[in-house]
Design a protein around this ligand. Structure first.
Ligand code: MOS
Length: 713
């Protein structure tokens, strides 16, 4: 028996990545490759009046300039919110209207990137400019109720929340805001498009190969079989590569017009403009409780922004539905349309922003009641899902509080505000609850055993760096009893069986269930061939013997796994975040001193890659807490910090040692392999834990992220 599950094995692609052998989407060499560069609009709202491209067209190396005047007509796409795979309704270069600053209003194709970049700067546009709608606050009169909040009703009511709040012994009623944030993967979105007659090959950095193929087929009106989408390595994504964006069509259109492969790599500035972001939110939270600290009312209500042309809802209330036991609850959301690109998923969309508000409010309630924040949460622990009225498939939140508190040293915390110091620095400790759903979607996998007993399993999923390929190989090796080196997992190509978007922390659960089903099926087939019983455990030599005796070069099987959304159990991962901050009282600078995160996410397939996933989420949460904010000029509607110099993400110097505790669960109800996703839960609750620690240190309750020194002073 080979034991690989859970082991902290190195990534199977680690060597390739550190030696430069891994090819990212922009790095697949093509003969006769030419370069496309997008031309950004300089206004946020209006119409193009005229275009002069003569200067650009006359430059050496320039092959073509494409604008709405000579672009092909594209068929409409459905967004994710409406059951499609597109991130936005908008299609590029279809007419002269401008909806946001930086919108691509043309592309230049040239022999080199430099020529295309320079030529793009020479295309002259004149506009009929209109005043853009930029600030959510100034346009409150235009708010509206969306049809759904990620499939849930935009207003959810349990019991009689308003009456319960009005008559509560103790109340919290506060408003919290979170700014727009942008994803900053080191690899920007990149696409190479190659047409051969009527077939299209696209190398593109995506979390959704099949979704990309579907969108391309729909908008270009060609059969899906004629399109191949390849995405082998992803240099970070976080949700911004989860759905199909209009920029992916530009090299596709161009390649068809210029008859050679075309590459488009977005600039860092493009990444802030033509790709969505985490929407801004303003959230009011009302908590009512008894003197004993039992929640009697939760009212969570607020707004987020969307674009002019789509309704994307940042689902910040969905976690509130199920976080605590409370008979009286109201959660409602509204939208405001702005002249911005459509917002999109960003690591724990909804939970990251919503849990900041609700877990800050819980801390405020703990102070109002003079109850320890963990104790308050335990008194309101939801033993069943209060929203779905279902038992949990498993829930180890209490263990997370306990183990997290022990490892962190919560008992050393003096609850009095401003009581803890390190020399001239103020010390604060804060905590918060983390949670994220354990979804899966339908996925398929094909498993092949070769004559030597080695196994290849294929599914067109993605490895964003989290370790998908590594943990799938562990699952295959363990299930079949094969040495780790004798199994291989292939992914990232629509020639392989279908897999869902790698989003919503559902890759391992979904694809893992398909892989597990396929290798179990393969094993059964081989055992049957060898005339052996199902329970027999074999070595690689045994497998090879069976194939050879039966003259089989290869045995294969395909397996389709269903989603786990049948309604017997409510499926969620939980965790607890603990942070110690050190604050400079003179400058208001908040530094993270120590961090402990304790998470219960079912079975852990690889302790090394899992730890990195949790840490990555926490680091992104520290960015959310202390630094990340996309600043938009209120008049121009233009992103003013569309670069890594002015949009601050955490760097090594900002991050202390992070202690990750994993509370393993045996959960046979969650899915076939007992895992819960771990990509997103790490960020949830971090910003609240930090804000709560800042309050503990200073007595300043900062309800508007990020917690920058000016707000602390
Ligand atoms: Mo993640 S925001 O679901 O890609």
């Amino acid at each position: 028996m080979v034991n690989t599950i859970g082991k902290p094995l190195n990534r199977v692609d680690g060597n390739l990545k550190v030696t430069g052998g891994a090819h990212y989407s922009a790095e697949f060499p093509q003969e006769n490759l030419v370069y496309a560069v997008g031309i950004p609009s300089t206004i946020a709202k209006g119409k193009i009046k005229s275009i002069d491209m003569s200067a650009a067209e006359n430059l050496p190396g320039v092959i073509k300039v494409i604008t709405h005047k000579n672009a092909p007509e594209l068929k409409p796409l459905k967004t994710f919110m409406k059951g499609g795979t597109a991130a936005e309704d908008y299609l590029p270069l279809q007419d002269n209207s401008i909806h946001y600053s930086g919108q691509h209003i043309g592309i230049v194709i040239a022999d080199t990137l430099e020529q295309a970049t320079y030529a793009a700067s020479l295309v002259q546009f004149t506009y009929e400019e209109e005043t853009p709608i930029v600030e959510m606050q100034k346009h409150r009169n235009q708010e509206f109720v969306p049809e759904t909040v990620f499939g849930k009703k935009p207003t959810v009511i349990r019991g009689n929340p308003q009456a319960a709040f009005n008559s509560a012994d103790v109340k919290v009623d506060e408003t919290y805001t979170t700014p727009t944030e942008n994803h900053n993967p080191i690899e920007p979105s990149a696409t190479i498009a190659i047409w051969e007659n009527d077939t299209l090959t696209v190398y593109t950095s995506t979390q959704n190969t099949y979704g990309t193929r579907k969108a391309l087929a729909t908008t270009l009106e060609i059969p899906e079989e004629n399109i191949r989408v390849v995405c082998q390595f992803i240099g970070g994504a976080f949700g911004c590569k989860g759905a199909f964006w209009s920029h992916m069509l530009l090299p596709v259109i161009a390649a068809r017009q210029v008859n050679c492969p075309v590459k488009l790599v977005l600039t860092r500035e493009d990444m802030f403009n033509v790709v969505g972001h985490r929407a801004e939110t303003e959230q009011n939270v009302k908590l009512g409780a008894t003197k004993e600290g039992k929640l009697t009312a939760i009212i969570h209500d607020g707004i987020s922004h969307t674009s002019i042309y789509d309704n994307f809802v940042e689902p910040f209330t969905v976690a509130t539905h199920m976080l605590y036991a409370c008979d009286n609850l109201q959660a409602s959301q509204r939208l405001i349309s702005l002249n911005r690109v459509t917002p999109t998923f960003m690591r724990a969309p909804g939970e990251a922003s919503g849990i900041f508000a609700i877990e800050s409010a819980m801390d405020e309630l703990a102070y109002a009641l003079k109850i320890d924040p963990i104790e308050l949460r335990l008194r309101n622990h939801a033993n069943t899902d209060p929203d779905e009225n279902l038992p949990w498939s498993s829930k180890s939140l209490k263990e997370c509080y306990q183990i997290g508190a022990e490892k962190f040293g919560w008992s050393k915390r003096n609850p009095e505000i401003g009581s803890m110091r390190d020399g001239r620095y103020l010390i604060g400790m804060g905590m918060a609850t983390a949670t994220y759903p354990a979804f899966t979607s339908p996925a398929s996998a094909k498993a092949k055993m070769l004559a030597d007993g080695s196994v290849v399993v294929q599914s067109s999923t993605h490895d964003m760096g989290g370790g998908t390929a590594t943990v799938m190989a562990q699952l295959i090796a363990e299930t079949l009893g094969l040495p780790f080196e004798k199994v291989c997992f292939e992914y990232g190509d629509t020639r392989l069986p279908r897999a869902p978007v790698s989003g919503g922390s559902m890759t391992v659960g979904s694809v893992g269930s398909a892989v597990y089903g396929a290798v179990k099926g393969l094993q059964a087939k081989v055992l049957e061939l060898g005339g052996l019983k199902e329970s027999q455990s074999l070595t690689i030599e045994d497998y090879a013997n069976i194939l050879q005796k039966n003259n089989q070069k290869q045995i294969e099987i395909e397996y389709d796994a269903k989603s786990n959304q049948e309604k017997e159990y409510s499926k969620h991962a939980f965790g607890a975040q603990f942070v110690e901050v050190r604050i400079d009282p003179d400058f208001g600078e908040v530094r993270i001193n120590r961090y402990t995160g304790a998470f219960a996410c079912g079975k852990i397939l690889n302790h090394k890659t899992a730890r990195s996933q949790f840490m990555g989420g926490i680091i992104m949460g520290i960015g959310m807490a202390l630094m990340e904010e996309t600043v938009v000029d209120p008049n121009l509607g233009r992103v003013m910090n569309a670069n890594l110099g002015e949009y601050h993400v955490p760097v090594n110097a900002d991050i202390p040692n992070i202690d990750i505790e994993m509370v393993e669960e045996t959960d046979s109800n969650v899915n076939a392999i007992g895992t819960k996703g771990i990509g997103e839960i790490g960020i949830t609750g971090v910003a609240a834990a930090v804000a709560n620690a800042v309050y503990h240190a200073t007595g300043k309750r900062i309800r508007n992220l990020p917690i920058t020194p000016d707000k602390v002073m």
